[in-house]
Design a protein around this ligand. Structure first.
Ligand code: COA
Length: 337
């Protein structure tokens, strides 16, 4: 182990399925409308995975792009963290990403914290770098929740979409701090607000042995409780993160929240007195892609050069668990700032 080091966020990537499903298309089989979905959520369309799409392939595309933009070779990657709640394989999808990239020196594993997953993975990755254990980490957030919604339940299925995003994080000189503050929270007492739970049924193997079999239930959500939780707790953790770093909301270039609902973005920004022009949002085109929303939005803003090297970003993820957290990020590497 070496002495503590700084952290730099040096590359981003994203991938989404090609198929676009608009609100109008949903109303072909659901009792819903474009007007209802747009006004209550800000979502106009989402990308949906077809049978031939896979979480592993979208994750690999996003991760490859982040790696290339960071200027790394695949054999230089030390760790791949894949935040997902919808892996192709419950044993973990990160190894498939490692193999697809040819990142043969990397250790790769999944991390599950629902819509907070990417932020938690980013913070986890930073600990490995800070301790000197690893130098280059790919953090991927990806979910295909379209596989897990009840497509007849208009209260949930209209909210979600599919996608993957990735960030390359690397060791930097100690003076460069790409992660200035972090907060992570969980409230397991409220876990029933948002679930995708396994339901066991008894399978009789012989007259003395009945084992639990079964499968997973579709997403179930108490929308109003989740909404209240988000607008109450997200401003608190963001304020805590700013305080940790000795900064105020005025120092921020961007607010990058988990993209769940346009009204949640507006409410959090208002509570922190952050102007709408600094609030990043792509909900309209993608809906809630769970662990993918933050890196998808980040990549879009970096590729468009809205986010530039040296910019300060306040980010917050929140969702099932209940789980939530915040991080203050500085984009780019020292020499480019
Ligand atoms: N289309 C049309 N009507 C719908 C609908 C849809 N897709 N979904 C629900 N409705 C109806 C309800 O049945 C209800 O009708 P009723 O009054 O006749 O019973 C009415 O709209 C209002 O429902 P309500 O649940 O009170 O709406 P809302 O304003 O709370 O909005 C959410 C619902 C889900 C958009 C909102 O609660 C929300 O965004 N919550 C947070 C969810 C979230 O972000 N989850 C992920 C976190 S990671």
């Amino acid at each position: 182990m070496s002495a503590a080091v700084g952290i730099a966020l040096t590359g981003s990537g994203a991938a989404t399925p090609a198929r676009v499903v608009t609100n109008g298309e949903l109303s072909l089989w659901l009792d819903t409308s474009d007007a209802w979905i747009c006004s209550r959520t800000g979502i106009a369309a989402r990308r949906i995975a077809m049978a031939e799409d896979s979480l592993e392939s979208l994750s690999s595309q996003a991760a490859r792009q982040a790696l290339e933009r960071a200027g790394w070779r695949p054999d230089q990657v030390d760790l791949i963290l894949l935040a997902t709640s919808s892996p192709d394989d419950l044993f973990g999808s990160a190894p498939a990403v490692q193999a697809a990239l040819g990142a043969d020196n990397a250790v790769a594993f999944d991390l599950t914290a629902a819509c907070s997953g990417f932020l938690f993975a980013l913070i986890t990755a930073a600990q490995y770098i800070r301790s000197g254990t690893y130098r280059r980490v790919l953090v991927v957030g990806a979910d295909l929740l379209s596989r897990w919604v009840d497509w007849q339940d208009r209260r949930t299925c209209v909210l979600f979409g599919d996608g993957a995003g990735a960030v390359a994080m690397e060791a930097a000189p100690e003076s460069w701090e790409g992660l200035l503050a972090m907060v992570m929270r969980t409230d397991g007492h409220r876990r029933s607000c948002l679930t995708m739970a396994h339901q066991a049924t008894s399978q009789v193997l012989h007259d003395q042995l009945q084992v639990g079999s079964g499968g997973f239930q579709p997403i179930a959500m108490d929308g109003q409780e989740v909404y209240k939780f988000a607008v109450q707790q997200v401003p608190l953790v963001l304020t805590q993160a700013l305080k940790q770093a000795g900064l105020t909301a005025e120092h921020l270039d961007w607010l990058l929240l988990h993209q769940a609902n346009e009204r949640i973005l507006a409410s959090v920004a208002q509570r922190l007195d952050i102007p709408a022009a600094k609030v990043l949002s792509n909900l309209k085109n993608y809906g809630n892609t769970s662990a993918a929303t933050i890196p998808l939005m980040l990549h879009e803003a970096v590729a468009a050069q809205w986010i530039r090297p040296g910019h300060l970003i306040a980010s917050s993820g929140f969702g099932a668990g209940l789980s939530w957290g915040a991080a203050l990020l500085r984009w780019g590497r020292p020499e480019a700032a």
